[in-house]
Design a protein around this ligand. Structure first.
Ligand SMILES: [Zn+2]
Length: 475
């Protein structure tokens, strides 16, 4: 055995609930879960690395189903602005000034933050995603779903009015699609990397290209991961292009683009019937609660989607909206916001929230045979959580497990003390084994300082709400 964790409380995430096994041992060998259970049929002392799991929860690492990690170095750049301004006027002026190296540095920061709060799988969605996989995820040994952003619109849209239709550049879309296809070849057989297609959104791509992407998905048995019905900015574009009575879901349906290969991110600008249509067509949903409440003032309809029988999971999206890449905060946020939204404190109970970032996340990303639950033969993506922390005390096992609600409502993320991915120890006793976190933070600070200064003029010209706050001395 390479690693054993003994005397621990396992949340296997199997079955209807969380599959709790108290006083358990789990053994890892050659990247896989070799043994787990209560019985002492394993001599845990024979492993190369032995971890005392007492007063700890041991569970599958969290799955972040949607992240743009590169822009983490713009944290704090675009919050408290109207939805219609966020992308083109608030964040856009800064994004223009990011170099490839900046995006890599930002990604390192975001992934560092995610892993240290228990995330072991990231669905990374960006332009030139190969750079981030090769410079960050793969060398660090972090599991990633690589998704290339495919769009046909110009990067600089800061001077457009919301009703001005985006101009399309076919060659840009074709080049991105080609890059996306090449990823399958580049990362073939890589145990840590899987690939999906990433058409950005229906307002940013032609139907012709979207259909080509769908056909490619069918052929490769892959998925396409797309922002769907995010809000007013997208709605105006769709109405302008397809007609006043059209919505994103209506257009996708009429062109046979709704199927089990589609992962629809957001979907909050949808009617009840449209969500039903998505569920009936086996479309998976990803909600990004912190990001979307910040950017759109909306609660992702995760609870509604689940009640219709759909598969849903969670993502952090990006840092400049939600603030960070911490799945524990997403759990608390989605549960609390949903309770308020539907005025029902029973909505999204803690056990259901934990499923969103484990077993359901793995199903949504097509990784259910590899990760998402603790089972013999599955890949060992495992975290331990220290229940001795002040905010997780007391630790109660009878008559019920109080640590299940505590993981969602009391945890902050910095109680994760060990992180194992694919059987490799990434964090041991709160310390990254191979990553120099200080040099990453120093580098990001230097780069971000330059970017914010370089972007100042563009930012002022774009004239978002934040510029007004700034003039008044409020930020
Ligand atoms: Zn996104």
């Amino acid at each position: 055995m390479d690693i054993t964790i003994y005397n621990t409380t396992l949340l296997t995430m199997q079955g209807k609930g969380l599959g709790v096994i108290p006083n358990a041992t789990i053994g890892i060998e050659e990247g896989l879960v070799k043994y787990l259970g209560r019985a002492k049929t394993i001599d845990y002392k024979k492993a190369d690395q032995i971890i005392d799991g007492s007063h700890h929860i041991t569970m599958p690492g969290f799955i972040n189903s949607h992240i743009h990690s590169g822009i983490t170095l713009l944290r704090g750049a675009a919050q408290d602005v109207p939805e219609i301004e966020w992308m083109n006027k608030a964040i856009g002026p800064f994004v223009k000034h990011l170099t490839k190296e900046d995006l890599i540095a930002g990604s390192k920061l975001g992934v560092l933050e995610g892993v240290s709060s228990g995330t072991t799988t990231f669905a990374e969605y960006t332009t030139n995603v190969k750079d981030l996989v090769e410079e960050v995820y793969f060398p660090w040994g972090i599991r990633v779903v690589a998704i290339e952003t495919i769009n046909e619109v110009n990067r600089d849209r800061s001077r457009l009015k919301p009703t001005d239709l985006y101009e399309f550049d076919q060659d840009k879309g074709i080049a991105a699609f080609k890059r996306n296809k090449q990823l399958f070849q580049t990362f073939k057989g890589n145990p840590l990397v899987s690939v999906m297609f990433g058409p950005q959104a229906l307002d940013m791509i032609s139907l012709e290209l979207l259909k080509e992407i769908q056909a490619e998905c069918h052929e490769r048995l892959s998925k396409f991961h797309m922002h769907v019905a995010q809000g007013g900015r997208e709605r105006l574009q769709i109405q302008g292009r397809f007609g006043k009575d059209k919505t994103t879901v209506k257009v996708l349906k009429s062109h046979d683009l709704l199927d089990s290969h589609l992962i629809a991110v957001h979907i909050h600008d949808t009617t009840s019937q449209e969500r039903e249509l998505l569920v009936n067509n086996d479309v998976g949903m990803v909600g990004c609660p912190s990001s979307i409440s910040m950017i759109d003032g909306i609660v992702p309809p995760v609870s509604h989607y689940r009640s219709l029988g759909g598969i849903a999971s969670l993502g952090t999206d990006q840092a400049p909206g939600p603030g960070n890449h911490n799945m524990i905060r997403e759990l608390r946020t989605i549960s609390l916001l949903t309770k308020v939204l539907i005025q029902d404190p029973t909505a999204i109970p803690a056990w259901e929230a934990l499923q969103l970032v484990s077993v359901l996340g793995s199903h949504n990303l097509g990784l259910e045979k590899k990760v998402g639950t603790l089972e013999v033969g599955k890949q060992a993506d495992i975290i331990t959580i220290d229940l001795k922390k002040v905010n997780l005390t007391p630790e109660i096992y009878k008559p019920f497990y109080n640590f299940i609600p505590n993981l969602v409502y009391s945890m902050n993320g910095n109680e994760v003390d060990n992180v194992i991915i694919n059987g490799e120890m990434i964090i041991h006793n709160y310390k990254f084994e191979k990553i120099d976190t200080k040099s990453i933070i120093d580098d990001v600070n230097q780069r971000a300082t330059r970017i914010f200064v370089d972007a100042e003029e563009d930012w002022i010209q774009a004239d978002s709400q934040l510029v007004d706050f700034h003039r008044k001395g409020l930020i």
